[in-house]
Design a protein. Structure first.
Length: 236
């Protein structure tokens, strides 16, 4: 499977002079916002949460080492376990130094998705107000279980967002994940992680975002196949 991903702008020109805030004054590059939704529930405790934490650190390092992606990719992290927490507010990848993850509690996935969509909307407004050109944002969810809260509204908002090309949503299941429910939440077919191949998954993610950062808005970007013979995922 190969996936073409079209980057699109988010607003029409209004003729209004944008206000450039401090965050964007020294870096007016186009931005691709990426929010990571990470399952930090109790079932992830042990090897899984350790491998996820290590992969997240690797992801941050690889983005920082790519000089263009470091300026053009913005990252936010939401953890959902004992509660839904914003573990990292949106900011440039060059300043992204994630904290270690801890596993505890249930799986409030619906709340996490809704918060992620709200964060993206706020970030897009900040781009608009500062005259920053956006790529289509990414939402990337990783979970090893089933939602322990209501998720119907989150699924509806994902469908609506995908239809409007407001963002692109990816779901990845870890061993034990409820792939049927993930399939009802995600428009794209959810992928099953092979073992604990978080390093390979985050390497694919950083490489994909780097490719996006080198494209022009409106240009199609061909993503590498994550389910190939040497890939990190399978379709359950």
């Amino acid at each position: 499977m190969r996936d073409e991903f079209t980057q699109t702008p988010y607003w029409e020109e209004t003729g209004t002079e944008p206000f450039i805030g401090m965050e964007f004054a020294d870096n007016c590059e186009p931005r691709c916002a990426c929010v990571l939704l990470l399952d930090t529930s109790g079932s992830m405790n042990g090897e899984a949460i350790a491998a996820l934490s290590q992969g997240l650190q690797q992801f941050a390092t690889e983005l920082r080492q790519d000089r263009l992606a470091a300026k053009r990719v913005d990252v936010a992290v939401i953890g959902f376990g004992d509660r839904v927490d914003i573990l990292a507010e949106f900011g440039s990848a060059q300043n992204f130094y994630p904290q270690s993850l801890k596993a505890k509690g249930g799986t409030p996935m619906g709340e996490a998705i809704n918060l992620g969509i709200d964060l993206l909307a706020t970030r897009q407004a900040e781009y608009r107000n500062n005259g920053i050109t956006p790529y289509r944002p990414w939402m990337f969810l990783i979970s090893d279980g089933a939602p322990t809260d209501k998720w119907d509204r989150a699924a509806r908002r994902i469908r609506e967002g995908e239809e409007r090309k407001s963002f692109s949503f990816f779901a990845v299941g870890v061993d034990g994940a409820d792939m049927n429910t993930l399939g009802q939440i995600s428009v794209k077919t959810p992928l099953m992680l092979r073992g604990l191949a978080f390093s390979e998954m985050f390497r694919w993610l950083s490489s994909s975002l780097s490719s996006v950062s080198r494209s022009s808005t409106g240009q199609q970007v061909l993503l590498a196949n994550p389910t190939g013979p040497a890939g990190w995922a399978s379709i359950d």
